[in-house]
Design a protein around this ligand. Structure first.
Ligand code: CMP
Length: 134
């Protein structure tokens, strides 16, 4: 069984989409292992997205992800990292396939409703960041 970190981002939490998104995970064979609603501060956001620190969108990204509550979830299942990424769809919702979470719910590339770990190393690091104290 593999684990991955999913974030339901502030734009989706604000629009009351938590249940709809979790239903997609569960109905596609992913199990919720841990879950919490949390409002992260800017410092935590900068640490979480540190691999993007040289990108022009870094400041906006960190300001946005710390702008309101998000839901952090550890998803578990066979091939959970790739399965979650397939369910999310492309980072830019204008490129996301029909039926994916971002196609259905995302507003823009910034407010793209969900995040998912992109590798087993990222999953380990991201799960530890959000859940190490629990
Ligand atoms: P996420 O999967 O959370 O990882 C980094 C985020 O940066 C990404 O989703 C997007 O919301 C955001 N982002 C903003 N602009 C870009 C861009 N040009 N390329 C990739 N990600 C971007």
């Amino acid at each position: 069984m593999e684990k991955t970190l999913s974030l339901i981002k502030p734009d989706a939490v604000e629009r009351n989409l938590i249940g709809k998104i979790i239903t997609i995970f569960e109905s596609n064979g992913l199990v919720i292992n841990k879950m919490k609603k949390i409002h992260i501060d800017l410092k935590f956001a900068q640490k979480f997205y540190e691999m993007h620190s040289s990108r022009p969108f870094f400041n906006d990204l960190c300001n946005y992800i710390s702008s309101g509550p998000l839901v952090a979830i550890v998803l578990e299942g066979d091939n959970a990292i790739q399965k979650n990424r397939d369910l999310m769809g492309a980072t830019n919702p204008s490129e996301a396939k029909e039926g994916t979470i971002r196609k259905m719910f995302a507003i823009s590339i910034d407010k793209n409703s969900v995040h998912g770990s992109d590798s087993s190393e990222s999953a380990k690091r991201e799960i530890e960041l959000f859940f190490e104290q629990d």
